[in-house]
Design a protein around this ligand. Structure first.
Ligand code: KG4
Length: 351
């Protein structure tokens, strides 16, 4: 079954063709980073205008690279939430129009589900059934969550960020340090040769405080990065100069260490609390070298196997959307066409 996926939830305009949920035949992405860089973050209006301009070409590119045509694909998949309403609408309108014009089914996919599923998007990855129950850490630019995946589509949110996402914290730190956008890769590069223990930045809600709740989640499985951001801002303000060279590397390394440790620490707690067969990490921040090292060390320490997202699928892409759609179709779950976009779509059981 070949599915044409379309993704436009934020600032990546993407289309991909995936065969049987795993075989990525093409993965076309137009990244708008350069358009948003002057503003230090994503500007919704600019994002949606660029989706309008680029999506038709990106869809053609995905079909051509896969050696497919509109006639040869079996179904379409589209991200219908969560994300920026004005961005989601462009991909959704395109997918809906194509589905009606071609007389093919359209499967709506949750963007976060796409990230969680991306760890299975390589041909040698284990099947979902082999690794469930699985503890998933989803670390993207817009969200940070710990999810207990009991089966395909059976998700329980164990903890979530109560303020900023990990990616956002890295993006804001790079802005404070005047390093540019997006922050994650620049902080990682600047941190090379820096001392991760030079400054003890806060880990956010890091005390083991079980029994206290944030909304309905266990407080010590939730994340908070706003205090970390303030702490960096205060640190930089208290310097009487702009940090450069080794001092800048030490700040970046210490900040990156705080983000990676705050994430790993929650995963370790959850692993101690829930019986799982494996754990995973996906989303843009999962590209981070230090985070990957810490999670790999945790897998060795606990003996619980770790599944990491292939680097080409960590940031937003449409292959992961087509991958989830295939699983939904295979298991015959909630394949009704979405009637609209939902910018606040939650990750919940399909049924
Ligand atoms: O998954 P993604 O495309 O965003 C959403 O779906 O929201 O991830 C983008 C985020 C950005 O915040 C970016 O700074 C971060 O991923 N990122 C990284 C790295 N590469 C990208 N963070 C840490 N280390 C990296 N190497």
């Amino acid at each position: 079954m070949k599915i044409l996926g379309i993704e436009s939830s934020c600032d990546e305009t993407a289309a991909a063709v995936v065969e049987d949920g795993r075989k990525v035949l093409s993965n076309a992405i137009y990244s708008q980073i350069a358009k948003h860089r002057p503003y230090g973050g994503v500007v919704p209006e600019i994002a949606s205008r660029n989706h309008v301009a680029k999506l038709p070409g990106i869809i053609e590119e995905a079909l051509e690279a896969a050696g497919e045509t509109y006639g040869s694909i079996d179904a379409l998949a589209v991200t219908y939430g969560p994300g920026l309403a004005s961005s989601l609408l462009i991909g959704y309108a395109a997918a809906k129009t194509l589905a009606q014009r071609l007389g093919k089914p359209l499967i709506g996919v949750n963007h976060h589900e796409g990230h969680l599923h991306s760890v299975f998007m390589k041909e040698d990855a284990p099947t979902e059934e082999e690794v469930f129950p699985l503890l998933g850490l989803m670390v993207s630019g817009g969200d940070t969550s710990l999810v207990l995946m009991r089966g395909t589509g059976q998700y329980e949110l164990l903890g979530s960020t109560i303020d900023d996402a990990a990616g956002e914290a890295l993006d804001k730190a790079a802005a404070v340090l005047k390093l540019g956008y997006p922050g994650g890769p620049i902080i990682q590069k600047t941190a090379e040769g820096g001392n991760p223990n030079a400054i003890r930045f806060p880990r956010g809600l890091d005390s083991v405080d079980r029994g206290k709740w944030v909304y309905k989640y266990d407080r010590d499985l939730c994340f908070s990065f706003s205090g970390l951001k303030t702490s960096l801002l205060t640190h930089v303000k208290n310097l009487d100069h702009e940090p450069q060279g080794q001092e800048l590397a030490d700040i970046a390394a210490s900040y990156q260490e705080a983000v990676a440790e705050a994430l790993t620490m929650r995963v370790e707690r959850a692993l101690g609390r829930f019986e799982v067969k494996s754990f995973s990490c996906a989303g843009g921040v999962s590209l981070n070298k230090i985070l990957r090292e810490k999670l790999t060390a945790l897998a060795e320490k606990t003996g619980v196997p770790l599944l990491l997202c292939p680097p080409s699928l960590c940031t937003d892409n449409a292959a992961m959307i087509a991958g989830v759609a295939y699983e939904k179709a295979r298991l015959n779950k909630a394949c009704a066409e979405p009637v609209d976009v939902n910018p606040n779509l939650r990750l919940a059981d399909w049924e």
